[in-house]
Design a protein around this ligand. Structure first.
Ligand code: ZN
Ligand code: ZN
Length: 353
């Protein structure tokens, strides 16, 4: 199978480019395997260069298979090295490169046209290799274990912040190198905040608690959400929970290779709309997950990408009612030819703690 770098070069040539400079950390890692924090991947029609400074030369030489590693210095800058290459049209990451960096490239590069890569790498990254899927699955397993663990910890009187610390500590002790994002622990009325990161609020009896979290394993992220109730759920809590669950599971049954992002979104959205809660579901159904926790494709009313086998996406509808609370349920899944494989194994029945 072609590696990421070969597939990238093929695309570059198809787009009529002679080369590209790539340094967004996730893209850089995707193409070169480099995990450090500074360096430029330069791909031309016949060369793979990794340009970095003194601190990372040794690491890059070990990690970047198939690359010639060059050290940039004040005497021989990245621009000097680029100018030595026979490149007319140089692709760059227009979503990542700052205006200031662009101006610098533009001023220092001679007879070279800078051309936006227009998401070429994002598109390659959408479809995961078996190896990438294994890492994501491992990250999902760690998150599932953390959820099981946290159910023993959460009780009235503990703060959201303490819960998030416990979750994150557990995941790191279980092999994660970090969290995918700042954990969301939103309880009581705060659960109506779709992105309510853990606060000092004390969790109380009767609260909904939305836990949205994930971890990074060998560079790859996981992402899951469960909502539980502290004590007995009220009728209204049960009603909302069941609607979100039905929407989530219906979308899960529908997701497969060949459908478009907006079609999956529509399945869940119609169920929530029909129950009269449409205005309380204000975000898209899901997103791609990989080296970044939010990446292409998008599953939302405007998600035009077609789902393909080996894409990894989330299915996460929610209902958020101001001054009452909210529910979101999120699974991480791998798209397959006839359906999807669910990586999140935590139970989805309403848990009353
Ligand atoms: Zn999430
Ligand atoms: Zn998500």
């Amino acid at each position: 199978m072609k590696n990421n770098l070969d597939r990238f070069r093929e695309k570059l040539i198809q787009e009529g480019l002679d080369g590209a400079v790539v340094y967004k950390p996730e893209n850089r890692r995707y193409l070169s395997g480099f995990t450090g924090s500074s360096g430029y991947v330069v791909v031309t029609r016949d060369k793979n260069l990794f340009i970095t400074d003194f601190r990372y030369v040794e690491q890059a030489s070990k990690q970047c298979e198939g690359f010639e590693v060059l050290k940039h210095t004040e005497d021989r800058t990245v621009y000097d090295i680029l100018n030595e290459l026979n490149v007319d049209k140089l692709g760059f990451e227009e979503e990542f490169v700052t205006f200031m960096q662009y101006e610098k490239f533009n001023n220092k590069l001679q007879d070279m046209e800078l051309v936006p890569l227009k998401g070429i790498i994002n598109k390659l990254r959408m479809i995961k290799s078996d190896d990438e899927i294994k890492k994501i699955e491992k990250a999902a397993n760690i998150a599932d274990e953390a959820f099981k663990h946290i159910l023993d910890i959460i009780k009235p009187g503990i703060t959201e912040w303490e819960v998030s610390l416990e979750l994150e500590g557990f995941m790191k002790k279980s092999g994660a190198t970090g969290t995918s994002f700042e954990s969301i622990v939103a309880s009581g009325k705060r659960s109506s905040l779709p992105h309510g990161v853990a606060s000092q609020k004390v969790i109380e009896k009767g609260d909904f608690v939305t836990l949205d979290f994930g971890c990074v394993y060998d560079g790859y992220c996981s992402d899951m959400t469960r909502t539980i109730v502290i004590g007995k759920a009220s009728d209204k809590q049960k009603e909302i929970y069941e609607i979100v669950l039905e929407a989530q599971e219906s979308a899960l049954k529908y997701i497969k290779s060949g459908i478009k992002g907006f079609e999956a979104d529509k399945i869940a959205r119609e169920i929530i709309n029909d129950e009269g809660y449409g205005e309380y579901f204000g975000h898209g159904l899901g997103h791609g997950v990989g080296l970044e926790v939010h990446e292409a494709p998008r599953l939302s009313p405007i998600g035009k990408d077609t789902l393909e086998t080996n894409m990894v996406v989330t299915d996460e509808p929610g209902i958020y009612i101001h001054d009452f609370g909210g529910v979101r349920i999120e699974d991480l899944v791998v798209v397959t030819k006839d359906g999807c494989k669910v990586l999140s194994k935590s139970p989805k029945n309403l848990i009353e703690l």
